[in-house]
Structure formats: structure tokens, C-alpha cells
Design a protein around this ligand. Sequence first.
Ligand SMILES: *Cc1c(COP(=O)(O)O)cnc(C)c1O
Length: 369
Amino acid sequence: MTIPFLNLKSPYIELKEELDAAYQRVMESGWYILGNEVEAFESEFAAYCEAKHCVGVGNGLEALHLIVRAYEIGPGDEVIVPANTYIATWLAVTHAGATPVPVEPDERTFNIDPVRIEQAITPRTKAIMVVHLYGQTADMDPINALAWKHGLKVIEDCAQAHGARYKFRRAGSLGDAAGFSFYPGKNLGAVGDGGAVTTNDPDLAERIRVLRNYGSQMKYHNKVVGYNSRLDELQAALLRVKLTRLDEWNGRRRTNASVYLDSLQGIQDLILPVIPEWAEPVWHLFVVRYHLRDDLQKHLTSAEVGSLIHYPIPPHLSKAYMNDGFNNLKFPITEHLAHTVLSLPMGPHMENGQVDQVSSVLTSFMSAE
Ligand SMILES: *Cc1c(COP(=O)(O)O)cnc(C)c1O
């Protein structure tokens, strides 16, 4: 590919000296699990997210799962989730033994439609898990109001939204608790798996700390049936370096997005991302919609431009959820999005002119159609 979808080596090239120094610091410390680096990262990331507490965990799925467990949501309980999301959101609920209850998105923003949430609430509903898909937050005020009215927890899936803002407030502090992923391709990415929970609730933070470490606060004194899900020292040290660049890198994503938006506007039938006035997205992905999506993708591939589909199979149609009867449910908006979305190259390390190049490949396809 002349223009790859994403280049994961570029962050290392840009920050080589600092990352190498962090690596050496950890190697020479002789301390690799739950130490100073994780503690420092937790307080730095909490501050960044404008949240009181942060707990580092093994990955994004575990972050969400441990939140559900910590709220003692389990068998017989329901959690409202977006129908249109990556399957990890649902898995976090399923792993806790609770039932995901999918709600359709607002087609323009891809995110859960607050207007449709209330009719999905039952006496068994315990929480609403929102996803800030592609880096733009869900519409949180009406969602928090509904949760308050019905006594529900609000859990944010922030795996794609490090640094995003809703009405000037950061993702990770917009609900009761939030789960982050530091999978390498995310806006803040490790060189392996990693995740974190942020919250303003000190009791919840403490319960997550216990759950991530075998259910023990004091070694060999196990209070609950816990897990082994810890962010390790090396990943934390590397993430601390990258966190200092997150705003700058998100800024470069924003610049790329506005170049795309300028050069692609007005192309017939090509639907561009919509940004509500209260949103400050961080453009984890730049997703367009087109009715002949597969043809468009083939054209990009033949022009050596990388692109991906997020996501081709919605969770309710995946084999994993076949036995629960989800396959028979109909979520027409979600299914329509799965057939029409296409993610264009996006990231803080795209070279000068690459966004323009992608745009002109797209424009040439459209005028040939
Ligand atoms: C990446 C992602 C996750 C899971 O994160 P992992 O660290 O890979 O477990 C959860 N939800 C969404 C929306 C994601 O994009």
C-alpha cells in the first residue's frame, strides 16, 4: 500500500529516545508488575481525563467487564448497549453473566440514539453502556438524565475516545465509570495490550483494584473471586511518554479530518461524518458512507490506498451470539451502516499530502461512477 490505513511504527520513530529511556528505566528497575510506573500513569491519566481515579488493567474488554462486575451486575440483570459497536462492548456484559439489550444508533452520528433508550428499559435494567464510537462522544446529557430517572449506572466505553470532549468535558468523566483500551492502534496505544478504568467514585476504584489482582488487597488474603488483569510496568512507562503527546497527536488527526471534510464535501451520495455542535471528536477513525461501499473499497485498494470496515458484522448477527437468539432480531439502522461504512486512512503520522491524495482517489472514483 502506498498509503497504509495506519502505520504503527511511526509513533516509535517520533519518540524513540524517550521510549527507549522508559524501556531501560523499567528493565533496570527489576520491578515489572504493579509498581511506580503504573501508579504514576494512573494519576497522570486520571488528571488527563478530568477524573478522580484511574486503575490500570489488562485490556479494554477487561476494563469494561471489571466495571460491570464491580457494580455487582450479573445473571438476571440487563445492560443497555449500542447495537452498533465493536463486539467487545457486548462481551463485557455477557462475561459478567448479564444480558446485553441493544439499542439502535442515530444514523448520522453512529452513536446510541438517546431517544430510543427509554423504551428498552425494564425492571431488570441496571446500567447503560455507551460507546463513543470512532472518537466522538455519545449525546450524554439526555442519557445521564434517563439514568438518573431510572436509577441506572452509566458506563462509558472510551476505547476509541482518549481525549474527546462533550460540552468541554473529557470522555472518561461523563458517566459513573469508563473503560479505556490501549491496544496499539488506539489514539493512546501501548506496544501490547493494556487498559484502564476511570471514575470519580473511590469505592468503585477500590473494588476494581481488588478485582484486577486476584481479589486481594493484601497478598494471599482473597476477599472476592477476582481476576489477573493488570497493566504492566513496561506498558505504563511507555504510555506515560505517549500521553504527553496525546493532545498534539489528536490535533493532527483533527487537521486531517478537516482536510477530508473540505475536499470531500459536495460529492453526490457520499455521506460524511456529522459533528454536533457540542462534540469535540478525536477522530480515532474517519468513516464515510456510500451505497456502493464494496466497489469504492476495491477502487481504493487498486490505487494502493488502505481502508477498513468498522464493522462488517454487527454483534447481534455474529456467530458468538447465535445461541442467545440475537440473530433473529432486526436492527435495520445498524445493519444498513454495516453495509455502507468505510474507514479511510487516519492517524497523527500521515505524511503531508496523503489526505489530499486519498481524497482525489475518491473523487476520481465518484466522477467515473
Ligand atoms: C478496542 C475496543 C475495545 C476493546 O479493547 P481491547 O483492549 O482490545 O480489549 C472495546 N470497545 C471498543 C469500542 C473498542 O474499539
